[in-house]
Design a protein around this ligand. Structure first.
Ligand code: ECB
Length: 134
């Protein structure tokens, strides 16, 4: 039985989000706003089917996937680049590989204690976001 990510999660801290946004080519003004945000994630997990909605006062992002099934991701409202994404289990970690123009792009989710972690990767940059249950 894999990890259970279901729930509503609020960002409590993050590391190197600026580096990750720079790697994605996000402009200065957008980065200044984005780094102040405290997004909320709502994860719905039913077996291997997931929806993850990330909302904030500035932009929202929604993704839906099934483990092991490649899907087209548009990254709308983020960097707006399209990529082909696939999410798999690595033990209790949820690992997404986002294949497209940017090298080494993807993310990993895991739970540690009562915290939800999200590692965001692009090119050589790694950002970590930490969430707690709402
Ligand atoms: C949606 C809230 C953040 C909005 C930031 C706005 C502008 C910055 C533009 C690009 C930065 C790239 C990503 C933002 C970081 C997090 C948003 C969701 C990242 C993501 O793909 O989460 C996954 C895993 O939970 C589900 O889509």
């Amino acid at each position: 039985m894999p990890a259970d990510f279901n729930g509503t999660w609020n960002l409590v801290r993050s590391e190197n989000f600026e580096g990750y946004m720079l790697a994605l080519g996000i402009d200065f003004a957008t980065r200044m706003i984005a780094k102040m945000l405290k997004p909320q994630k709502v994860v719905k997990q039913e077996g291997d089917s997931f929806t993850i909605s990330t909302t904030s006062t500035f932009r929202n992002y929604f993704v839906q996937f099934t483990i092991g099934e490649e899907f087209e991701e548009d990254n709308k409202g983020l960097d707006n680049r399209k990529c082909k994404s696939v999410v798999t289990w690595d033990n209790d970690k949820l690992v997404c590989v986002q294949t497209g123009e940017k090298k080494n792009r993807g993310w990993t989710h895991w739970i540690e204690g009562d915290e939800l972690y999200l590692e965001l990767r692009c090119e050589g940059e790694v950002s970590t976001q930490v969430f707690k249950r709402a």
